[in-house]
Design a protein around this ligand. Sequence first.
Ligand code: ZN
Length: 223
Amino acid sequence: MDRPGGRSLSLGAVTGDDRRGDGLTRDDLFGAVDGAQALRLLQDGNRRFATGHPLGLPADTAATRRALAERGQFPFAVIVGCSDSRVPPEIVFDLGLGQLFVVRTAGNVADAFVLGSVEFAVTQLGARLVVVLGHHLCGAVAGAIEGGDHGPNLRAIVAEIQPSLDAARLTDDVVTNCEDANIRHTLAKLKGSDVLADLAATGAVALIGAKYDVVTGEVDFWV
Ligand SMILES: [Zn+2]
């Protein structure tokens, strides 16, 4: 079945077949979609979502599920996003099973668990694009700005946002600039990973920031 711009795109890039995994080996699928192609797939999917024309889940979800179980997963992109219920990556990029490797925390902050998860996705699963996806109206950022103490665990999240807040306080739009700085901060932490930095230096992996507008549904990719 040919569905231009449709689902199972990582397979489509290899065979033109819509059924990811059929007849393909790990070598066929690992890293089959490069960073530039992955970015276009995310842009296309977000455009479908934001304009109200998502493809939704394909009719052959069961076949895709079986193929992924048999062949393994080879997601083409990693999303490091906020846990905010309004920003689910698979939905805002109109994608499905096996296509995105998603790591979410409140405020899209990154600790060792997040960094290790991203490293796993690129070295073991072949993802070639990593996107730090922040968003406007971020509650974690708002919480950091408001202050107050909600215990040691939330304090750890606020501490990650604090450097961005300190810089943004000097500007005339504290909220927006704190959100943006926080995306850049997490991106810098990813680039500080030796594993990711080495892969980025060779061009094998691209790391970018992006910001989602919870009103329009549009993602602004920082490229
Ligand atoms: Zn958020």
